[in-house]
Design a protein around this ligand. Structure first.
Ligand SMILES: *Cc1c(COP(=O)(O)O)cnc(C)c1O
Length: 364
């Protein structure tokens, strides 16, 4: 048997006609830029994320970048984030000219450890950028309390967490701004790159809209410098067809996770989910001291699997100037050596899941 890490074909087959119709409509209308599907999607996503505003952008990366720009974060500022995340989180901080300050993770959830944040706050700190890793929201009550006390912005990197909940509040509605990605491997993915910013702050929403089109308002008059951060109409049109299935897809992932939890709990460390969190399982990540052996065994058994992430960001060469060294974020470093994500996509068959469980157990 062969099981891919993600089977986009299985997702596409049942919605093929809808997706092709959506694309045809855009081609017929020729409204490739700023078509009506953009606003329609923004309204749907804002409502879904329990936010007043949502602004479509080019990617999850650009959602983070434009949020930092809109909050006037740049040269001389510091932003606190986790080193155990996808590169974009810290890459964007660097790109606006600010300095990334890494804070280690809680080894249970892999999210930033709020207990370690305050000691890293300086008079240059402007924001905290927590990541809701693998689809579980970070410890937001504590993060918001610290932010309030020190007058900091909070930017949620919710790229992996659309629809996930923390104490009944949705990802993207807890901080000042939320950043989402529609990269094809996310729970809601488009057919290329796409992203969304959410906020409850009207001024911030307006500013992001202006920055998304080169800072132009009115057209050809620029009070600020933005970029081309527009979401394509065709991607919005496709997402509108996929969006109604999102809750069903989340449930499929959650059911798969329950199955794995039951079967694997005596063999590996299964994902820990706080009882007040609703996890959407963008990834199902186990940890084991014999991770490398397991990784190879699954490859040999034709089972897709992935290491998210093999090198924590404080140890990446491009951030050498920040002068972090091995041992500075020990829990992130340990996780990088022990984690392994296995297929969790909702279309997995029972036979595939059985096969995966069998091979994980024999590989540990
Ligand atoms: C996917 C992802 C991003 C970037 O999103 P893109 O749409 O690929 O640019 C940022 N942060 C995290 C945590 C992600 O998983």
């Amino acid at each position: 048997m062969k099981v891919p890490m993600l089977d986009l074909n299985a997702q596409y087959e049942p919605i093929k006609e809808d997706v092709l119709d959506a694309m045809r409509e855009v081609f017929e209308s020729k409204r490739f830029i700023n078509g009506p599907q953009i606003t329609e999607l923004e309204e749907k996503i804002a409502e879904y994320c329990h936010c007043k505003y949502a602004i479509g952008v080019t990617s999850g990366t650009d959602a983070i970048l434009i949020s930092l720009m809109a909050l006037d974060i740049g040269q001389g500022d510091e932003v606190i984030t986790t080193p155990f995340t996808f590169f974009a989180t810290a890459g964007c901080i660097h790109r606006v000219g600010a300095k990334t300050v890494f804070v280690d993770i809680d080894p249970k959830t892999y999210n930033i450890n709020p207990e370690l944040i305050e000691e890293k706050i300086s008079d240059k700190t402007k924001a905290i950028l927590p990541v809701h890793l693998f689809g579980q929201i970070a410890e937001m009550d504590k993060i918001m309390e610290i932010a309030k006390k020190h007058n900091l912005y909070v930017i949620e990197d919710a790229a992996q967490a659309i629809g996930s909940e923390y104490k009944n509040k949705r990802a993207g509605s807890l901080g000042d701004v939320g950043c989402f990605s529609f990269f094809p491997s996310k729970n809601l993915g488009c057919c290329g790159d796409g992203g969304m910013v959410t906020t409850n702050d009207e001024d911030l929403a307006n500013k992001i809209k202006i920055l998304r089109a080169h800072g132009s308002k009115p057209k050809y008059y620029h009070k600020v410098i933005g970029g081309n951060f527009r979401l394509d109409t065709i991607q919005a049109a496709i997402l509108l067809k996929k969006f109604p299935l999102l809750e069903k897809w989340h449930k499929g992932r959650q059911k798969n996770a329950e199955y794995y939890n039951e079967k694997l709990k005596s063999y590996a460390e299964i994902p820990f989910v706080e009882n007040y969190n609703k996890m959407i399982y963008n990834q199902y990540t186990i940890r084991s001291k014999s991770r490398d052996k397991l990784h190879q065994h699954l490859i040999d058994s034709n089972i897709g699997n992935a290491i998210y992430y093999p090198v924590p960001l404080h140890l990446q060469k491009c951030f050498a100037n920040l002068e972090y060294k091995i041992g500075d974020c020990p829990e992130s470093e340990k996780a990088a050596n022990e984690v392994l994500s296995i297929p969790i996509y909702p279309e997995l068959s029972n036979e595939q899941k059985n096969y995966i469980v069998e091979k994980v157990i024999s590989g540990i």
